[in-house]
Design a protein around this ligand. Structure first.
Ligand code: DGY
Length: 325
């Protein structure tokens, strides 16, 4: 039996899979193309896919022996779940283990933007530091400011806790449903418009789906404060990049931190010219701890399915696992 791993993951996961399967591992420092994934998955039992791989109906129908797609990440927008479910293929993701890592990265962006960290670092490297200056790189304190969280799931909730208990911030959030634990951080669920108007800091930590695609466009950026901090650690497609660039170009005090982009990795190169912007290469979950745990989960899930068990975090498990019971 074969398993395809579309991009090198930590060794612990590869070793678990090697003990049971013939592993086809992409050892190159690049993502596989759609065509390559299709060809390599033709007769595999399982695929370990990256959140950047498009696993669509074409790939799913071509993979005749496929029984599980184990996505290396929490996001699920890259896989055609309906097509997989129709063919009885389980689809899993890796929530929980990356929550803290991703929330911390979100906060790293917020603090860096509030205190001009990356600009100040460049300043020193360029030899411009000539002594203490009382008005050099004045930033903002987060203490008692309002943070608006768009998407109050696991990661959003963790950011809420950090904001409330670390910085005594007022937490407001926009979410389809009320978060049952929102009282623990005194968080208030509000409409999107209200969140955009009131927030000093806005964090996007929502999943991408038909409803959230381009949820933030020109009208929404207009409502945001001109000196707000805007961070996206969810998915690039939630934001209309043209509208974001327009807001940031017109308002130098509007600060932007992005870990995700529309059309990754071919992001809009105009972002590179924005001084009020920090750009990261989709590293939300990139800690040793999270990535090793994610590797373990995807590998063990494939082994579980091979041994006839229901895997953990099966997104379509309700339909497929329960149906088997
Ligand atoms: C995920 O797991 O979906 C994240 O985007 C990784 O940072």
């Amino acid at each position: 039996m074969k398993v395809l791993i579309t991009r090198r993951i930590p060794e612990n996961g590869i070793n678990i899979l090697k003990s049971k399967f013939e592993v086809i591992l992409n050892k190159e420092n690049r993502n596989l193309t759609h065509k390559e994934i299709k060809a390599l998955s033709r007769d595999v039992f399982g695929i370990v896919s990256m959140v950047s791989d498009r696993i669509d109906q074409e790939i799913i129908e071509n993979a005749k022996n496929l029984k599980i797609i184990a996505n290396y990440g929490v996001g699920i927008n890259n896989v055609d779940i309906e097509a997989a479910t129709k063919k009885g293929i389980l689809f899993t993701n890796t929530p929980d283990v990356l929550t803290q890592a991703t929330a911390e990265l979100g906060f790293a962006l917020i603090i860096s933007l509030a205190r001009n960290i990356t600009a100040a670092d460049r300043f020193v490297r360029e030899g411009k530091f000539v002594g203490f200056d009382p008005v050099l790189f004045l930033g903002k304190e987060l203490y008692e400011k309002t943070i608006g969280i768009i998407g109050m799931g696991r990661i959003g909730s963790q950011i809420a806790r950090m904001s409330r208990f670390g910085f005594n911030m007022r937490v407001i959030y926009y979410n389809r449903n009320r978060n049952p634990y929102d009282n623990l951080v005194d968080a208030e669920r509000v409409e999107l418009k209200e969140l955009l108007k009131r927030s000093d800091v806005i964090v996007v930590s929502a999943p991408l789906n038909e409803k959230s695609k381009h949820m933030l466009s020109y009208d929404e950026f207009k409502l945001m404060k001109n000196d707000a901090i805007f961070v996206n650690i969810g998915r690039g497609e939630i934001v209309n990049t043209d509208a974001l660039i327009d807001k940031a170009q017109k308002n130098p005090d509007f600060k932007v931190g992005l870990d995700v982009y529309e059309n990754e990795p071919n992001f809009d190169k105009r972002l590179l010219n924005l001084k009020n912007c920090i750009l990261l290469p989709h590293i939300g979950s990139a800690t040793f701890k999270a990535r090793e745990k994610m590797a373990e989960i995807v590998a063990e899930n494939i082994v579980k399915v091979y041994e006839g068990e229901c895997p953990d975090f099966a997104v379509n498990g309700g339909q497929l696992c329960n149906a088997k019971d």
